[in-house]
Design a protein around this ligand. Structure first.
Ligand SMILES: C[S@@+](CC[C@H](N)C(=O)[O-])C[C@H]1O[C@@H](n2cnc3c(N)ncnc32)[C@H](O)[C@@H]1O
Length: 213
């Protein structure tokens, strides 16, 4: 869902940083060959992720939900020189696609792919993180939060995507709509948890920034 007009969206994109050439190619190939290309962050949100990462200048980044690697490459732009970006996805078919683009970028050797269910993989990660991007199955957003909050360094950020869920967060809940129910509960969890401060931004489908105190 677009919360603002196409015209304004174009204006916003045209007055923000250009999309790097490698990411233009990745986006094009995703749209040509991969199912559900709408999942990719895209030009504007990608530049937002890149800017946030550059401001944080993290040593360790965790991404939950790699898809074709677009957002991982955006966040990698802000990594420290000896930093690491760990990105998790359960879809085996995407691994080679992701690796090809990671290796074409400046950050290939800093990006570590993890294949499997994020619920199993996160507890095995030994590092603490400065920046976390949650962008996988909505039903598990709250579970991901509980798994990562103790692995987040003070001052570290959690970014959560799709928190407005096409505006469905305002509608009366349908019994079988598990995803909307989960997002509504997650937004409340972030607002109520005293360990973090949270700001929900109306960027694309809703992007929350939560900072650990
Ligand atoms: C919205 S896409 C991620 C988009 C990507 N972050 C971007 O902006 O370009 C969500 C991804 O989460 C993955 N996913 C869904 N459930 C998962 C789980 N339980 N563990 C790991 N990955 C999961 C899917 O395979 C899919 O590739």
């Amino acid at each position: 869902m677009h919360f603002i007009s196409d015209q304004l969206e174009d204006y916003i994109e045209n007055h923000s940083e250009n999309e790097p050439e490698l990411l233009q190619r990745l986006s094009r190939e995703t749209h040509q060959k991969i199912l559900q290309p709408r999942m990719l962050s895209g030009h504007y949100q990608g530049r937002v992720l890149s800017m946030i990462s550059k401001l944080v200048n993290p040593k360790y980044i965790l991404e939950i939900g790699t898809y074709t690697g677009y957002s991982a490459l955006c966040m990698a732009e802000g990594l420290q020189k000896n930093g690491e970006l760990h990105t998790i996805d359960s879809n085996e078919e995407l691994v080679d696609f992701q690796r090809r683009y990671f290796d074409e970028s400046f950050f290939g050797n800093l990006i570590h792919q993890h294949l499997g269910n994020a619920l199993d993989i996160i507890p095995q990660l030994k590092t603490n993180f400065d920046l976390v991007f949650i962008d996988a199955d909505k039903e598990n957003y709250s579970n991901y939060f509980h798994l990562i909050i103790d692995k987040l360094n003070p001052g570290g950020l959690i970014l959560s995507d799709n928190v407005l869920w096409s505006g469905k967060v305002l509608e009366s809940l349908k019994k079988d709509d598990i995803a909307t129910k989960a997002i509504v509960a997650y937004n409340k969890l972030l607002k109520d948890d005293d360990r973090i401060e949270t700001i929900l931004l109306p960027i694309r489908d809703g992007l929350t920034i939560s900072r650990k105190k």
